[in-house]
Design a protein around this ligand. Structure first.
Ligand code: DQA
Length: 152
């Protein structure tokens, strides 16, 4: 059974109330429920974490990555400037995929830069909660191929 971690960064606990035109109507709980039911069908065990605190996200990465086969992270606004989260991801030896609900490249200029994506095998942005489902598919595929090449 694959073990995959999902981390959601600051303000993502406000989904369903935040700008719905950009982030959609689903609450975080509803989104997690959809992701969980997909994972269950695929026989994947998920560990899901949301935090508004940079240090807590870093500690989650440090304490859990060795127990997981892969990690999906939406660092939210930390994407654009947290070298501390980027360093924590860089230190992981498991494959990581960065996801975004919105297409960060079609919004304000500052969102078009990710400091964390270089520590990941890839990034998926712009598909709402489907970004997470696509990331699970991509991790399954990556791990099935036994790809040990993590480009860091
Ligand atoms: C986000 C995009 C970020 O720029 C923003 O700060 C978020 C959410 C997304 O999922 O689209 O909080 O990561």
């Amino acid at each position: 059974m694959l073990k995959i971690g999902i981390i959601n960064g600051p303000n993502l606990n406000m989904l369903g109330k935040r700008d719905k035109k950009i982030y959609g109507n689903l609450t975080l709980e509803e989104m997690n429920h959809k992701i969980e039911s997909f994972a269950k069908k695929e026989d994947i065990e998920l560990t899901i974490k949301q935090s508004n605190f940079e240090g807590e996200i870093i500690e989650f990465i440090q304490q859990n990555s060795s127990k997981l086969n892969g990690l999906i992270i939406n660092p939210a606004a930390y994407t654009h400037y947290s070298y501390a989260i980027a360093d924590a991801l860089q230190d992981c030896t498991i494959p990581i995929i960065e996801v975004h609900l919105s297409n960060i490249f079609s919004r304000e200029d500052f969102r078009g830069k990710s400091v964390s994506a270089p520590a990941c095998i890839g990034q998926i942005a712009g598909f709402g909660f489907q970004s997470y489902i696509l990331a699970i598919h991509a991790l399954q595929d990556f791990l099935k191929k036994g790809s040990s090449e993590i480009n860091k």
